[in-house]
Design a protein around this ligand. Structure first.
Ligand SMILES: Cc1cc2nc3c(=O)[nH]c(=O)nc-3n(C[C@H](O)[C@H](O)[C@H](O)COP(=O)(O)O)c2cc1C
Ligand code: SF4
Ligand code: SF4
Length: 450
């Protein structure tokens, strides 16, 4: 089986799967149980000066029969005494010397940081994670995302930490910024050994329409919280990819945000993550999901003839380019497999109301004057291929199809609609090339303002 062992800026773990700093890493009893279950590392629930939490704290979004596709929280950092946390971290590290134990920290003054770093190192922990991401409560006190949103402050704070830290330091970033490169580069300049992202996205999860109060309610009010879970994965993937392809980011990345399955993890790794962290999926389904994560990743790597997870790190990064680099001559059209089509005609509705009016019902004609010979032929073929239900299978007017993919996305039958290539021209052409050659440049436009 492929080797899953991971070395993240000197922090070693038997596999790349770490628990993110959150309720699943609240205590030694929990983290040890997670390591017994198979997790490779854990970032302890953030330590800081004592706080008081509110209740309730969580709200979520369900979709169809799927519960908690997005989770929102207004919880702060640990509410357990620092002494207890440090004692349990030391116990955990002693019992699991080969697992990664990382202490997440969020303090205010330089002295507090220095003291917390010393005490963390005394536990034998493998690394520190600096929480520059919490987007509620702590930022009102000038910490968490308030630091993550101010690159100068972030850089200075990382310097403070690097002055005294002897173990690797990871800066955990907030996604609540316009350009994720700015805080990431500040962390690199400050001397951080690694980056982790994303922390949660500022959000209001909903409104109680009976009481007319936002959710989750704390008595008669609420505040905004931090959003995470499967719904944030695309946001997190982009941010990880943006940093991974940036040559100025010279330190490893730990990917976080909506990871629930081995596929999610593999995608984060392919887009540049050396390790991955999980919170919501464990809060939802428990530590036991690690079995599927490990087994799935191992099998995937083996199927790709990769001998270790390191071979997957960043493999999708070269394919992540700016829009202006995409080939304008690459064109695809929808093709319906009449043999598997169940005739629900959802594709027709989607294309007609939400796309480009080029999927037609059997027996109907395309727009007047637009029935190209290929389109008529497609209709005939569709009907011939589905003799059982010839009047339910729609047909695609290829001459009008822009290749947006919508019909394939709404079709309930896996593989029934495929997008097939119909190049516009043999050679590649891009927007950037057009601009460089003066073929698409509009002088005096917004670009001139920048
Ligand atoms: C209830 C809750 C508490 C959290 N507490 C912390 C924390 O103390 N420190 C921290 O860095 N991140 C905290 N997070 C953020 C997670 O570590 C993680 O960055 C985020 O949930 C995204 O990952 P996910 O989509 O797998 O949940 C918390 C998340 C939740 C849901
Ligand atoms: S959505 Fe799919 S199954 Fe339904 S009619 Fe279109 S091609 Fe057939
Ligand atoms: S790909 Fe888009 S434009 Fe083409 S048939 Fe499907 S929905 Fe219509």
């Amino acid at each position: 089986m492929p080797d899953l062992s991971t070395d993240f800026a000197g922090i070693k773990s038997p596999n790349p799967f770490w628990l993110a700093s959150a309720p699943p890493t609240n205590s030694g009893e929990q983290v040890m149980r997670a390591f017994d279950a198979g997790w490779g590392g854990a970032v302890w629930k953030t330590l800081g000066n004592p706080i008081v939490n509110v209740s309730g704290r969580l709200g979520s979004i369900d979709h169809g029969d799927r519960r908690m596709i997005g989770l929102n929280n207004i919880e702060l950092i640990t509410d357990r005494p620092l002494d207890v946390n440090f004692r349990e971290i030391a116990e955990t590290k002693k019992r699991f010397p080969k697992h990664a134990v990382i202490v997440s920290l969020m303090f205010d003054t330089k002295e507090e940081w220095r003291e917390a770093i010393r005490r963390s190192e005394d536990t034998g922990a493998d690394g520190l994670e600096l929480n520059f991401g919490c987007p509620h409560g702590m930022c009102e006190r000038g910490m968490g995302s308030a630091v993550g949103q101010e690159p100068k402050v972030l850089e200075e704070l990382v310097r403070w930490v690097m002055d005294s830290a002897r173990i690797p330091v990871i800066a955990k970033l907030t996604p609540n910024v316009g350009h994720i490169e700015d805080p990431a580069l500040a962390a690199v300049r400050g001397g951080a050994d690694g980056l982790s992202l994303i922390n949660t996205v500022q959000s209001i999860i909903g409104v109680d329409l009976e009481r007319l109060v936002p959710l989750p309610t704390v008595g008669t009010a609420s505040s905004h919280g931090g959003y995470c879970g499967p719904a944030v994965k695309p946001i997190a993937l982009r941010m990880v990819g943006v940093l991974a392809r940036d040559e100025r980011i010279t330190i490893p990345i730990s990917g976080i945000g909506g990871i629930s399955t081995w596929r999610d993890a593999a995608e984060f790794i392919a887009l540049g993550s050396t390790s991955v962290q999980v919170c919501t999926a464990v809060m939802h389904h428990g530590y036991r999901i690690i079995d599927d994560l490990v087994e799935g990743l191992e099998q995937y790597l083996a199927s790709k003839q990769m001998r270790s997870v390191r071979e997957l790190v960043g493999r999708a990064v070269p394919g992540f380019v700016e829009w202006g680099e995409l080939d304008l001559n690459h064109h695809v059209v929808a093709e319906i497999d009449a043999a598997t089509c169940i005739g629900c005609q959802l594709c027709h509705t989607a294309c007609h109301d939400g796309a480009h009016q080029c999927i037609h019902l059997p027996g109907t004609r395309a727009h007047a004057g637009h029935v190209a010979p290929q389109a008529a032929r497609a209709a005939e073929l569709a009907q011939a291929a589905a003799p059982e239900a010839p009047y339910r299978v729609p047909w695609v007017d290829e001459t009008e199809c822009v290749g947006c993919n919508l019909c394939a996305l709404v079709c309930p039958v896996e593989g029934c609609i495929t997008m097939v290539e119909r190049r516009r021209a043999p050679a590649k052409d891009t927007w950037n090339e057009r601009v460089a050659q003066g073929r698409d440049r509009v002088p005096g436009g917004l670009r001139d303002l920048r």
